[in-house]
Design a protein around this ligand. Structure first.
Ligand SMILES: [Zn+2]
Length: 214
């Protein structure tokens, strides 16, 4: 079962994949939404997978990994950029949140510093978890540490790529329009129609059916 959770601060999606009471967390997100859902259901987290290093996707990372004592899986570049508020963009969190929500933060958001991931890989990686297969491929353009995570050739977790209602931002620190053009676009085009796309912001949809009601 896949549960999608959306934090309000930046309208960022986290996903929980559950099997027999155990869960994989994709992007811990913000506002404690992941923790609340896990505790409500009495689930046991086993892995945290990251789509990329940006603050809205990792705001609760330290809290969640410490509370449940679970390893984090990220590409090496993402892992290296988690610890620096400039590269995880938490230094400009309030400005970015304002652009997303139109709400001026009442209190200044803290700068986020996360420890590196326990499990890292370079450009591609595969792993098994309780009968599921996860494939990872690095997809620079939005950020150097961005990846797509595919589960069972059925679902693809895209982070800040393939958003239904929004363009992928290439203008932030670490953004690379050339890499987007030359690397990211071909990777996205190679995803077959019929795959369920689960982005880091906005609604999920079926690739090839973007214009149908969802
Ligand atoms: Zn991002």
């Amino acid at each position: 079962m896949i549960t999608k959770l959306t934090s309000q601060k930046t309208i960022c999606n986290s996903y929980l994949i559950e099997e027999d009471g155990f869960v994989v967390i994709i992007d811990p997100g913000q506002d404690g939404v992941v923790e609340a859902e896990i505790d409500k259901n009495g689930w046991t987290p086993e892995l945290i997978l990251l789509t990329h290093e940006h603050f809205d996707h990792i705001d609760d990372l330290e809290q969640v990994r410490t509370k449940y004592n679970v390893p984090v899986v990220a590409c090496r570049i993402c892992s290296e950029r988690l610890g620096d508020p400039k590269t995880n963009l938490s230094v400009i969190a309030d400005i970015l949140s304002y652009y997303k929500t139109g709400v001026i933060a009442g209190e200044k958001s803290p700068r986020i510093t996360c420890r590196p991931a326990e499990i890292t890989y370079e450009d591609e990686h595969e792993m098994e978890w309780r009968g599921h297969r996860f494939s990872f491929v690095r997809i620079p353009g939005h950020s150097p540490g961005s990846v797509l995570i595919t589960m069972d050739d059925e679902y693809v977790f895209t982070g800040d790529y393939m958003l239904l209602d929004d363009e992928t931002t290439l203008r932030l620190r670490g953004g690379d329009p050339e890499a987007y053009e030359n690397i990211a676009i071909p990777i996205m085009q190679s995803i077959p129609n019929g795959m369920k796309v689960c982005p880091g912001h906005g609604p999920s949809y079926v690739k090839g059916e973007e214009n149908e009601p969802h």
